[in-house]
Design a protein around this ligand. Structure first.
Ligand code: MG
Ligand code: MG
Length: 620
């Protein structure tokens, strides 16, 4: 797979875009004409710069409003095209993209369009150039790649070929199986983009909401497999129009693009039963631990909440100021070392989650997968006798440890040999249900891609949640077994809780951790009795759910007394309660699922309002 990207996909000036694109490892870039027009660099210099950066120029784009035009306009367009050929010589490409005509003046007479394209083909051939014809989803007469292909096929002109653009094909619902009819040698270039499923006009959908393969809802795996099946060997070129992408780091977007193309290509290969080119996506068995960075003072704050939730400190690290807390199958680790990553993390963010341990069956394969996708690894010197556990950079500079599932008990025994037996854990909480990470809206899709390419995770549809101060976007990624789930949250609203979190926290991070319990009423009563500062829920909520779900008033009274929230989906039920925030940042949730698969989004507004009303420190 030869990776390419259109310069329109990333932010910045043309020279900085090209540098970011080259650094991310693409073989080529498409020059988007507006980027060239607005650049002070002459085309010849841009071409020289690309060669210096090791980038081929895949294509100049776009050229519009040609076929089927009235005579005078067609002649003018041919003259314009001659000038483009000179620019292409400077850039070092022989290929230019021709969009299907959108002009109201364009004739839909097929023979005229063919004649016009033939003339253009002759002109291009005489200059040693080629034309890649693309069916825009909003083209006036040609909006389906099957029609564009039929024209290219019938013309059979050596200088006229096809552009396939997954956005235009899939937005229009054109079956990917139809790619099977296209001759690979006439497919001059493929542009790839994903998009969320939206009900809106094609033009605005395309111009503002395109995203990297895997970030949206399109069935791109089938599309990519169809390309491989016909033996297409040309560029896979990202063409992403997205306002968010242009407002964020060009380097990050360019790297995400490479990651998305590699993962897409791999999924296509697997669909075609070809040998895998990289290690499989990581399928973690469980959360092995959550590590908190905390000063001694903050450690006491966390300890009080953990104790109220039923955890107990069970062991101390062999050589470091690190304590393991336990309950059920849950391990929480508080790291108060005066140096190392946890300490620097605490200095920057304050007491918070600095690492998450995931138990995996094959550490080497997991590391190979992350290397193949250019995920940054982290290494820290360890003391003699300590276990070296591979770790990857995750959200907000935190770490993901890849713990070997089989030897995890031995790891705990070796690393935490000093038993603390002042108190035993209760048995209210069983496992970690999900971890909620909050991030800037601009980086949301980047982390979504991280989780869905590195791991064998599926994503839920994106939800919009009403915060008293704005809208929060929320989406979950889940392992196939459901044992490991993250919810990702981000907002454009400056004062929504998630945005205040990112600001107060100096970056993205874990905002809450949810534990599951087999009995929410026992867990809540015990926690309340043990002094857990609970998030209080007002009486209007309970009146509403009693009526909405026809609940037994006695049950509702018990929920109200314990601040338990409720949701139902068919027969499936969800119960949840929240702690107030600890160390001004992190809060905890306890959930009981009775066949329920989601996260109680219906209650999120209630929770966010309660957090805002209570002037919870996390919300200030
Ligand atoms: Mg396109
Ligand atoms: Mg939650």
């Amino acid at each position: 797979m030869k990776a390419s990207i259109a310069t329109v996909s990333v932010g910045g000036t043309l020279d900085s875009k090209l540098e970011a694109i080259a650094r991310a490892g693409y073989a080529a870039a498409e020059i988007f004409e507006n980027d060239l027009l607005s650049s002070p660099l002459p085309a010849r210099q841009v071409g020289a710069m690309m060669r210096e950066l090791g980038l081929d120029c895949a294509m100049l784009q776009p050229f519009r409003d040609y076929e089927g035009m009235p005579t005078d306009q067609r002649e003018a367009a041919l003259e314009r095209m001659r000038r483009k050929f000179a620019v292409m010589d400077d850039l070092g490409t022989d290929l230019i993209l021709l969009c299907s005509n959108c002009s109201p003046q364009a004739s839909g007479d097929r023979q005229q369009m063919l004649d016009d394209l033939h003339r253009l083909g002759d002109l291009a051939a005489s200059h040693g150039k080629r034309i890649a014809y693309e069916a825009l989803a909003w083209g006036r007469h040609v909006w389906d790649h099957r029609d564009a292909w039929a024209m290219v096929r019938d013309l059979d002109h050596p200088a006229i070929g096809l552009t396939l653009d997954s956005f235009h094909s899939l937005a229009r619902g054109v079956p990917s199986a139809s790619i099977g009819d296209i001759r690979a040698d006439k497919l001059f270039i493929v542009q790839l983009a994903d998009a969320p499923k939206l009900e809106m006009d094609y033009l605005n959908w395309s111009r503002h909401f395109r995203c990297m393969p895997g970030q949206g809802d399109f069935a791109l795996d089938d599309y990519a497999a169809a390309l491989c099946r016909i033996g297409y060997r040309g560029y896979w070129s990202l063409e992403i129009f997205n306002d968010r992408f242009r407002s964020t780091s060009a380097g990050q977007i360019a790297r995400d693009g490479v990651r998305s193309l590699k993962a897409l290509h791999e999924r296509a290969r697997l669909q075609l039963r070809q040998a895998p080119a990289m290690a499989p996506p990581i399928d973690p068995r469980r959360f092995e631990f959550i590590e908190f960075a905390a000063s001694h003072e903050e450690a006491e704050d966390f300890g009080r909440i953990f104790t109220a939730l039923g955890f107990a400190p069970v062991a101390r690290h062999r050589s470091k100021q690190v304590v393991r807390w336990q309950q059920g199958a849950i391990n929480l680790v508080i790291n108060s070392e005066p140096e190392g990553l946890a300490h620097s993390f605490d200095i920057v963010h304050g007491g918070s989650v600095c690492a998450i341990g995931l138990a995996v069956d094959d550490q080497a394969a997991a590391v190979a997968r992350s290397d193949a996708l250019d995920v940054q690894r982290f290494e820290q010197t360890i003391a003699p006798g300590e276990w070296q556990i591979p770790s990857l950079r995750g959200v907000g500079g935190s770490l993901i440890y890849l713990v070997d599932a089989a030897t995890a008990p031995q790891m705990w025994a070796d690393e935490f040999p000093l038993a603390l037996d002042d108190a035993a854990p209760r048995n209210d909480l069983a496992v970690i249900d999900h971890v909620a990470q909050t991030m800037q809206y601009e980086e949301f899709l980047s982390w979504l891609l991280y989780y869905t390419t590195l791991f064998d995770f599926t994503k839920t549809p994106q939800l919009e949640i009403a915060d008293p101060m704005g809208i929060v976007y929320s989406q979950a990624v889940e392992s196939r077994s459901g044992a490991v789930r993250f919810t990702l949250n981000g907002s454009l609203a400056a004062n929504a809780l998630s945005s205040r979190f990112v600001r107060n926290y100096f970056g993205a991070g874990v905002q809450h951790i949810a534990f599951s319990t087999p009995d929410i009423f026992v867990a809540a009563a015990q926690a309340q009795a043990a002094g857990l500062p609970m998030l209080e829920i007002g009486p209007n909520y309970y009146a509403e759910i009693e009526a909405k779900f026809a609940l037994d008033p006695a049950l509702v009274a018990r929920m109200a007394a314990l601040n338990i929230l409720y949701d139902r989906d068919g027969e499936a039920e969800y119960f949840q309660f929240y702690s107030r925030a600890v160390a001004k940042r992190v809060f905890f949730e306890v959930v009981e699922r009775r066949g329920y698969a989601a996260y109680g989004a219906a209650n999120a507004q209630i929770r966010l309002t309660a957090q805002t009303m209570h002037r919870d420190p996390a919300g200030v």
